[in-house]
Write a protein that binds this ligand. Structure first.
Ligand code: 4AD
Ligand code: MG
Length: 429
């Protein structure tokens, strides 16, 4: 049986065998230092010429980066080693001697790295990001499961739109037209009427011609939906969820955050309650800062960044104009021109990471909205049914996973937050 690098601490003084890739090597005459990685960690193998067969020595000396190996050796505790252990190598079997590895241990351009994404993910930085992504997912699920939410999977192929018709991915569904889902929300509303508190976690698609550091064509969303919960109560859920996620990642991924060079002081501050300002107040803030901005416009990245700068933690912007939000948003009963919604804007320029709000529960108003938004009532007959058979106040939100990962990891661009990003002009690899 093979041991893994992550388990070496349990084998100090013992002989072990690892399956590994050669990450780097360096020699100083009669000693060879082999940087080995196996997916669970990295360890330095130390090979002394006098202790191994001449063939093994020669083979190891000439071995190219990323060659795959079985390595035998004795585990030694070493305080100077980054992981606390080293391996005194006694035997080595080459599984494959790799061809010349295209990603050398030097700087490369972004496009080159993106073309080699399937190999780039082996680098320490990319491994750290993918580990943190997995931890974020794990903690989101753990918190929601613990709060009595049931996970439900909405369909990926849909017959209608949720977030407007301008960025739908069209496909044929035999003789019918179908679209890749933009959001599971409408289906989650149906399941919330069956199960009370639900959440989905799945891929969503937007055929957006946006080429920014925040936009992906395919991204993953967590979408909780709650019956008998109003807009304000939904904000409290968002605060508690995000506080849990940030604090857990800080605790469980300290090594990974260090690998990324992430300054975590700002993150440590992220505890609810989060400040809340209305759209109107945000507009005033922007005007004070010298922006020309008309009431009724939507915020762009520079606006969101400026607004976020005024706060030391994420900020909710609530009560957006009805005209710039989706058809399903419930108007404020006291002010019909704004809706009971909120976007959560992350600090440090990472922009909107959550969008959510209270849903229209009145069938007559919903019908009116279908007309205003030129949506066919037939396509949404099932959705209207939810307002005919026991309609209740309900709210929900969608948390964009990749933007959350980018923020927590402190990344320049969302392209590094997902194993194989789908972006404008990029479908390979
Ligand atoms: O604000 P959005 O469009 O909201 C919805 O889709 C709602 N139906 C969610 C709900 O209430 N259940 O998207 C939600 C989040 C955004 O805040 C953002 O984090 C992320 O999804 N997002 C994107 N992430 C990466 N690339 C894109 N193109 C994104 N579009 C939205
Ligand atoms: Mg939004």
């Amino acid at each position: 049986m093979l041991t893994t690098i992550s388990k070496l601490s349990a084998h100090v003084g013992e002989k072990v065998k690892l399956g590994a890739w050669l990450y780097n090597k360096r020699s100083s005459g009669k000693i060879l230092f082999l940087q080995l990685r196996d997916g669970t960690g990295v360890v330095q193998g130390v090979m002394l010429k006098k202790l191994v067969d001449t063939e093994v020595w020669q083979q190891a000396k000439d071995l190219p980066q990323e060659s795959s190996l079985y390595v035998e050796g004795t585990v030694r505790a070493d305080e100077r080693a980054p992981t606390g252990y080293e391996l005194d190598v006694t035997g080595l079997e080459v599984i494959q001697s790799a061809e010349e590895y295209p990603i050398a241990l030097k700087e490369h351009g972004v496009e080159f790295l993106m073309d080699h994404r399937h190999l780039w993910i082996r680098s320490p930085r990319q491994r750290a990001i993918l580990r943190i992504r997995a931890e974020i997912i794990r903690q989101i699920r753990a918190w929601l499961d613990g709060e009595g939410f049931t996970q439900v999977d909405p369909p990926v192929l849909t017959s209608s739109s949720c977030e407007g018709t301008t960025n739908l991915f069209h496909t044929k569904y035999f003789d019918e037209d179908a679209y890749l889902t933009q959001s599971g929300q409408l289906y989650m509303e149906a399941t919330a009427m069956a199960l009370g508190r639900v959440y989905s976690f799945g891929p969503t698609f937007r055929a957006e011609k946006s080429k920014t550091r925040r936009h992906l064509i395919e991204f993953w969303m967590i979408e909780p939906e709650m019956a008998f919960v109003d807009h304000v109560q939904s904000l409290e859920v968002q605060e508690a969820l995000l506080t849990h996620v940030i604090q857990s990642v800080l605790q469980n991924c300290a090594d990974e955050l260090k690998t990324l060079g992430r300054d975590t002081t700002a993150l440590a501050n992220v505890k609810g309650p989060f400040p809340r300002i209305t759209y109107d107040e945000a507009v005033e803030l922007l005007k004070r800062e010298g922006f020309e901005f008309e009431w009724g416009e939507d915020f762009g990245a520079p606006h969101e960044t400026k607004i976020a700068e005024s706060f030391d933690r994420p900020v909710f912007i609530t009560h957006y104009p009805t005209t710039i939000k989706a058809f399903y948003m419930k108007p404020d009963p006291e002010r019909q021109e704004v809706v009971l919604c909120a976007d959560l804007i992350a600090p440090e320029g990472y922009g909107e990471i959550i969008g959510g709000g209270q849903r229209i529960d009145d069938p007559a108003l919903l019908k009116q909205r279908f007309q205003e938004h030129q949506l066919s009532q037939d396509d949404y007959a099932w959705y209207l049914d939810l307002r005919k058979y026991g309609s209740v106040p309900h709210s929900g939100f969608g948390l964009g996973l990749e933007r959350t990962v980018a923020w927590i990891c402190g990344l320049e661009h969302v392209r590094e937050t997902i194993p194989f990003p789908r972006m404008l002009n990029r479908l390979y690899p």
